[in-house]
Design a protein around this ligand. Structure first.
Ligand code: SER
Length: 581
């Protein structure tokens, strides 16, 4: 059974059991608390919370998911084992106040053992330590004793919102794969989680307490890539039909054969092709901020691995047709958006090539000065700090010539620079004082800036701010009046971030690093070389001298009072915060 057959079989089975089949939602979520759609439940959050009506009481789908950047991040793990992905498909069935624990468990068990004929002895189940009910249902239905675990069997999308105990089903890939049972210290490998059934019954509030959701719901998630491995009798997801086809395309485009040594590069490029292709098809534009930056980073990581395979020039843009061929049947947007996606990737690949070429020239100039085959740390640091040339790239280019970098020297150049810039000028951000009220409004200003960029586009940049204990005033570049509906959306996004109770973190970073991380910065030239970067979850990343509150929950309700013109091409918003009760 190939991917398309498995996906279809799952959906048909759920349809037969009274579920309405709905298409996958976009990878760009309508939810400020996550950067991408990280799980099948993301598009259903409002339904689970009883805020929006359900399309049916039973729903099933195959949802595009992306876990890179932000809280749910698997990017750095991809390539080095058989089951990590940035992009993946999550099969799911949903009950919105319809069946609950026994119905869900029965549906999963029957599909796995009857429809698919899997050996019950190779299926292991876990339940939450508190969940006697689910444990007994398993025992009665299958005679199995569930392994009872704590954290692993509690699912939540974020710090607040719908959550609940889960029961997970694992497939035993057999003795040939090392690894202990679920919950054991050497877990992972032999027993792989293939289906998570979450009993979404609670809402976690900002103060950490649990309240009951309006209905008892079921949210299940089954990774299609893992199912394919299980059903195709391979122990590595990257050995399944879809990935074999994508890796062959990588071989065709790069001219590199697949050897034991280059396995990670083949996996990384084929994984990243899916992430970049699907994200851009859904409307993500590579950029220097937020999700645009994550996609840029993934694309560049793929190109670096193209170089490992000896390939230069466009890569993912050439591979994209192979992705269309494999997956556009299930996701027609890939074919529909094909011309735009390829053009976007090409442009991005060209820009990265140019950056590499100019960085390489500088590096070439330095190489003759390298004494004793070790490049001085401050030289590598200058390349990095001034020209954005990453250390690992410098190292791998030098390695090709039998040279290396003095890494301790690089680190000390970095700390010396930090030392030099300590207590250089601190941006006061137009704050009239540092009272509690002003500080709260200052944090609200960052949320406002982020919301404006989300609603009006990345061209919006801050032109000035003035904050008193009573109100904030925020000037920003924009050509026209902001419509009332847009202002309402901005207000809603800010209030969502406030009720999501997001911690505000502060880090000291080199300017180049801050930009690399996608921070937005205003008045860059006034800064010393080290800057403070304030991060509010996935919502905002901004170079700023502070001060800020520790958590967005410290802000009261956000209200825009006025939007007006301030100068040509500059708009001004005045806003207040309600009292925190
Ligand atoms: N939300 C759960 C998960 O992501 C089940 O779909 O595993």
């Amino acid at each position: 059974m190939n991917y398309n057959n498995i996906r279809e079989l799952f959906l048909k089975y759920m349809e037969k059991n009274g579920h309405k089949i709905v298409p996958s939602a976009s990878l760009i979520p309508d939810d400020p608390t996550v950067m991408f759609t990280v799980a099948g439940m993301v598009p259903f959050k409002n339904i689970l919370q009883g805020i929006a009506p359900a399309p049916a009481m039973r729903v099933a789908d195959s949802q595009k998911c992306l876990r890179a950047g932000g809280k749910h991040n698997d990017l750095e793990d991809v390539g080095y084992d058989g089951h990590h992905h940035t992009f993946f498909e999550m099969l799911g069935n949903w009950s919105f106040g319809d069946y609950f624990k026994d119905g869900a468990i029965e549906l999963s068990w029957n599909l796995l053992t009857r429809e698919l004929g899997l050996d019950p002895a190779r299926l292991i189940v876990t339940t939450h330590i508190s969940d006697d009910e689910a444990t007994e249902i398993w025992k009665k239905l299958t005679g199995k004793d569930a392994i009872r675990l704590d954290k692993d069997n509690w699912w939540a999308m974020g710090d607040t919102g719908p959550c609940g105990p889960s029961t997970e089903i694992f497939w035993d890939f057999g003795e040939s794969v090392p690894g202990g049972l679920p919950g054991a210290p050497d877990e992972a490998g032999r027993y792989v989680e293939i289906w998570n059934n979450v009993f979404m019954q609670y809402d976690r509030l900002a103060d950490g307490s649990l309240s009951n959701l309006p209905h008892k719901n079921v949210d299940t998630g089954a990774g299609l890539e893992r199912w394919a491995a299980m059903l195709q009798g391979v122990t590595d997801n990257y050995e399944t039909d879809l990935f074999v086809a994508l890796k062959n395309a990588v071989s065709d485009v790069t001219g590199a054969g697949q050897t034991a040594d280059n396995v990670p590069s083949f996996k990384i490029i084929s994984d990243h092709l899916r992430a970049v292709g699907f994200a851009i098809a859904d409307g993500v534009v590579p950029s220097n901020t937020e999700r645009g930056y994550v996609i840029r980073r993934i694309l560049r990581r793929a190109m670096r691995h193209g170089q490992v395979l000896g390939h230069t020039g466009p890569l993912l843009s050439k591979l994209y047709p192979a992705l269309v061929e494999q997956m556009a049947g299930a996701y027609p947007e890939l074919a529909r958006e094909s011309a735009r996606v390829i053009a976007t990737i090409e442009k991005e690949e060209k820009a990265f090539e140019d950056m590499l070429t100019s960085g390489l020239k500088l590096l070439e100039k330095e190489i003759p000065n390298v004494a004793g085959k070790i490049m001085a740390g401050d030289v590598a640091f200058k390349l990095y700090d001034t020209y954005g040339f990453p250390l690992d790239l410098t190292q791998s280019i030098l390695a090709e010539r039998g040279m290396s970098v003095d890494v301790p020297g690089f680190d000390s150049a970095m700390s010396e620079q930090k030392e030099r810039s300590r207590s250089t000028g601190v941006f006061k951000g137009g704050l009239s004082d540092e009272s509690v009220e002003t500080t709260r409004l200052h944090t609200a200003t960052h949320l406002l800036g982020a919301a404006l960029r989300r609603v009006l586009g990345d061209s919006v940049s801050q032109k000035g701010a003035n904050i008193t204990p009573e109100r904030l005033r925020f000037d920003f570049s924009f050509e026209r009046k902001v419509e009332p509906a847009e202002l309402a959306e901005v207000e809603r996004l800010v209030n969502d971030a406030i009720s999501a109770a997001i911690p505000v973190e502060c880090n000291d970073m080199a300017v180049a690093d801050a930009h690399g991380a996608g921070a937005i910065g205003i008045f860059d030239s006034k800064y010393g070389e080290m800057v403070k970067v304030y991060k509010i979850g996935d919502v905002s990343l901004e170079i700023c001298g502070g001060p800020h509150v520790g958590n967005t929950s410290e802000l009261g309700a956000f209200k825009i009072q006025k939007e007006e013109s301030s100068a040509a091409g500059v708009r001004r918003i005045k806003a207040v915060l309600g009292h925190k009760s």
